[in-house]
Design a protein around this ligand. Structure first.
Ligand code: GDD
Ligand code: MG
Length: 348
């Protein structure tokens, strides 16, 4: 089975996390989101993926080219200017001659792809859209459907009162390749705003696949933090981890005997925690980090290669890769990036 991963968006709402890398590559529990998506697809029998890129495309290619052991064949297709979701799907047409999956790449979910595909085939649908029920539908595509589970209308980000349905597009689709002929070539097209309404108008069989499991899109910083909290609370199976008393340790982690780690927490490979430092709860620390003596890090997410010097305090912070948090520095309720470090006035 093949899958197309839509990964070309600008990730504007996630800035500054997306200043240096594309949204699908932000780390979730220490690993790029896109890598975890691919590993989950592999578990469901997907062995071939096409990544459709635009913004910071090289970053994605460079990362996966040195990950040949993933066990999934990866193709890249890059746009010179953004084609929109529908244009990106059309652009990848040559890769698909059988039923295939399409995924937005900014979603952490426990949707069962194998079950979704089975459902699609059973319904003999030409497109199946995975859907969850939410209270506020305004930021999503909204799906209306009949009692048999066939879609009757698709409304992208409807205005208040425009739809009574609470079922939203979860950004996971199954397509039969024949529907691609309805998308014009080399044109900017939104699959949500243009293609789905057109397919419905033309009488294509579009099914809704409802599921109740964990689902969140990481479109904003608040959601980025929430997804970590939820995974640490055990609400999602998106990332497979084994923990002892809520503390998940990578390889070769060195914790000084006087340091304290309070779960739930995740500490990545080769990270060192120095004397009398406190880490946790609800804290995720990436690979090759160092938490200096007597520093305190709580409710925070640190990416890889972050150095926290002595006596620093971090609370409800996100610190991006390679940052140095200086001695005594206090970072609260904010995102701290390497660039800001260079220009910020800080206590040292
Ligand atoms: N290749 C390519 N080219 N990919 C794109 C482009 C493009 O021009 N534009 C967007 N994408 C990718 C993004 O990287 C993302 O993975 C996906 O398409 C969806 O784009 P977003 O920008 O994240 O859309 P959204 O969050 O506003 O809405 C979408 O997701 C919701 C669920 O989170 C829609 O599909 C909604 O209907 C849906 O409910
Ligand atoms: Mg999105």
């Amino acid at each position: 089975m093949k899958a197309l991963l839509l990964a070309g968006g600008l990730g504007t709402r996630l800035r500054p996390l997306t200043d240096d890398l594309p949204k699908p590559m932000v780390p979730i529990m220490g690993r790029p989101l896109l890598e975890s998506i691919i590993l989950n697809l592999k578990k469901s029998g997907v062995d071939d993926v096409v990544i459709s890129t635009y913004y910071k495309s090289q970053y994605i290619e460079d990362y996966f080219r040195q990950k040949e052991d993933l066990g999934v064949k990866i193709h890249y297709i890059t746009e010179e200017s953004p084609l929109g979701t529908g244009g990106a799907i059309k652009n990848a047409e040559k890769f698909f001659n059988d039923t295939f999956l399409i995924l937005n790449s900014d979603i952490v979910s426990d949707v069962n792809y194998a079950d979704l595909i089975k459902y699609h085939k059973r319904r003999r649908a030409q497109v199946t859209i995975a859907s969850i029920e939410v209270r506020d539908t305004s930021q999503y595509g909204v799906i209306e459907f009949d009692e048999k589970g066939f879609i009757t209308a698709f409304k992208e980000k409807p205005k208040p009162g425009e739809s009574n349905s609470k079922y939203i597009n979860a950004g996971v689709y199954v397509f039969e390749p024949e529907v691609l002929k309805e998308i014009p070539e080399n044109t900017v097209v939104s699959v949500e705003r243009e293609t789905y309404p057109k397919l419905l108008e033309k009488g294509y069989r579009m099914a809704i696949y409802k599921f109740n499991g964990y689902w969140i899109d990481i479109g904003t910083i608040d959601k980025y933090k929430k997804v970590h909290e939820d995974i640490l609370k055990g609400k999602s199976r998106f990332v497979s981890t084994t923990s002892s008393r809520g503390i998940i340790l990578g390889d070769n982690v060195k914790i000084h005997p006087t340091a304290k780690v309070i779960g739930p927490a995740y500490i990545g490979n080769n990270t060192e925690i120095d004397a009398y430092a406190t880490v946790g709860p609800y804290t995720v620390i990436g690979n090759n980090c160092r938490i200096g003596q007597e520093s305190k890090v709580s409710k925070s997410i640190l990416w890889n290669n972050v150095k926290v010097r002595r006596f620093a305090r971090l609370d409800n912070a996100v610190v991006t890769s390679e940052c140095i948090v200086e001695v005594n520095m206090e970072i609260k309720n904010t995102v701290f990036t390497a660039n800001r470090l260079a220009s910020s006035t800080m206590t040292t």
